[in-house]
Design a protein around this ligand. Sequence first.
Ligand code: ZN
Length: 439
Amino acid sequence: MKTEKVPLESGIRDLITTLYPICRSITGDGVRETLRIMKNIIPLEIVEIPTGTKVFDWEVPREWNIRDAYIKDLKGNKIVDFKDSNLHVVNYSIPVDKIIPFSELKNHLHTLPEYPDWIPYRTSYYKETWGFCVQDSRVKSMKDEEYEVKIDSTLAEGHLTYGELYIPGSIKDEVLFSCHVCHPSLANDNLSGIAVMTYLARHLMTLKLHYSYRFLFVPGTIGSIVWLASNQDKLKNVKHGLIAVNLGDPGKINFKKTRLGNAEIDRAVEAILRDSGQPYGLIDFFPYGYDERQYNSPGINLPVGCIMRTPHNQFPEYHTSADNLDFIRAESLMDSYHKILNIVDLLESNRTYFNTQPYCEPQLGKRGLYRHIGGSNATVDQMALLWVLNLADGFHSLLDIAERSGESYESLKKAADLLLQHDLLEVRDGESRSKGIQV
Ligand code: ZN
């Protein structure tokens, strides 16, 4: 593992740029190569699960790899070339090598007539077929009667590969982050989440943490099912979870809630988004989308929400060649990173306190606390101090106080820290816990 400290913004951007050309799928060397590159930044464990392994109602599929693919006219001109874009081949296509009439070939061509210069992204993981995804404008120019098609792929016994990083904290209770790593050259859907999560993990590794953290980089659907089926003993430790996806597009942040909708992670994310003062969206859980479907299935029932900017299918570039490096924005990636870090900070610091002077208000002036309020150098909000003192009754966490008071979580945390310094608050559970992280 390299120890050099790459600046955050360029690190995230460079990782996306490096991973972009790789042809990933739910299995195969593309995922391996992706995880190997990420391992230069964080000490990922790379796990291989053999083809045929039974995982709940599913089975690990055969491993797919591809070396080349093209459509040529009979004069030898390449009309469609996998080397130009790995989206050109339907992901998981079986091998093909033949000359066929265009009337037959066209049944294997996928286009986007409404965006004639974009290449669609299509997969066929569980049904054996082959196909090409092509600009509609290019298909319209194909006038010959016959074409040569070649897909040099293999579908064989092998493995499904995923990456996992566990960062121990002071307790076993853990926060789970999960993102999919199975999409080929798509920047927002897949790579933005991978890169932001990689650098979040790198940062958390430098901190003293209350919770333990687990980062999963898994192929969509089958990868999370494999992990859940293989790690059922660990599920009881997962207290909060987030899927991270689509973190680089210019849209506002959206949060899709957990199945029950009222978990601490639901409330933590909402408080951070509220406090940001920026537009955001809240989406009730529905059983579609990303791997939250698996984590929130009734038998698993983990409180895992989904943090994203624009949801899947709600931007025209979604699952097309236009979801490229030009589509994602540095400021969106950084904003996503900092908001997720703020969520982590809230979970780390969300404590329940007791007021040590609960009989009427404590006299703040004699403790010098008035210099902290009202003056031009005030760093702690007066109302935040009073709310914390009032609700520090052993029943309200800082997050409860934020929701009740409308004060920002950050100002309440500062107030609580100040009151703790002056022995006006105490924690009676005896556990030493971090007061949050520096964000
Ligand atoms: Zn996708």
